[in-house]
Design a protein around this ligand. Structure first.
Ligand code: SF4
Length: 241
């Protein structure tokens, strides 16, 4: 059963909360905004606000989820943050391996750390791994990603902040694109989206367009719902398998 508003997954699993900003995509971090809100509401798990916190008590949650689900790991943090000990990541990988009925999605902005970690053990077969690519300079992350053996490699181009130019999608199975939302959202131009879509189609990957966000395809700022998720009148939400 779907328990998250994130279109490309069913559930989130957060044995780590909190993070620190690492690139331009982090400026209006959703996890930070949500963490502060949950702290203000008195939710115990978020008593440290957005400070990186490990939650041993949440590690076994997926063992209790009997129905197969697609699970986004660490939506409120970054699993490969430099302050997360390898031993804790090991525990997360052990849970992933012991629940083969689930499919896990691991997304990071710290591609180099992920690459180094997976020199120490293999990516579980039921885990998809991905990196965020929001500006041209972050394309370096794709080279780390494609070198790690995994069932599925994916890119999250969200929030897309500039024209990414030419993309080498060798060994990349899935590309998610989305615009930023919220009052302070930055503009995503239609031509940047179309350029990625064309390259994804030409190179045989799957394309998933999540949303325009606060800025519409016409470059006008309005309600996110009103801007919707259509490209030239159609939904494009392919999954890689
Ligand atoms: S890496 Fe992700 S969770 Fe961490 S600050 Fe940046 S956007 Fe937020």
């Amino acid at each position: 059963m779907k328990t998250t508003k994130i279109e490309w997954t069913d559930k989130t699993w957060n044995p780590i909360t909190g993070c620190s900003k690492v690139s331009s995509g982090c400026l209006n971090c959703y996890a930070e905004i949500m963490s502060k809100r949950l702290t203000a509401m008195g939710v115990d798990k978020y008593k440290h606000g957005f400070k990186l916190t490990l939650h041993d008590s949440c590690l076994n949650e997926p063992l209790r989820w009997k129905r197969p689900a697609t699970i986004f790991v660490c939506s409120m943090s970054d699993l490969f943050h430099q302050d997360v000990p390898n031993e804790f990541i090991d525990k997360i990988m052990d849970v992933i391996e012991s629940t083969p009925h689930h499919r896990y999605q691991i997304l990071t902005k710290r591609a180099e750390n992920m690459f180094e970690y997976f020199q120490t053990r293999a990516v579980p077969e039921n885990a998809w791994i991905g990196v965020t690519v929001d500006v041209q300079s972050s394309k370096l992350r794709i080279d780390y990603l494609r070198k790690i053996p995994a069932t599925i490699h994916f890119l999250s181009c969200e929030p897309l902040l500039e024209n990414l130019g030419i993309l080498n999608l060798e060994n990349i199975d899935w590309v998610i694109v989305g615009g930023e939302s919220g009052m302070k959202a930055r503009l995503m131009k239609e031509e940047w989206v179309l350029s990625i879509k064309k390259q994804v189609e030409e190179q045989g990957s799957s394309f998933f367009f999540k949303q325009w966000g606060t800025w519409g395809s016409d470059g006008i700022k309005r309600n996110k719902k009103a801007n919707g998720k259509l490209i030239n009148g159609k939904i494009h939400q392919e999954m890689p398998i």
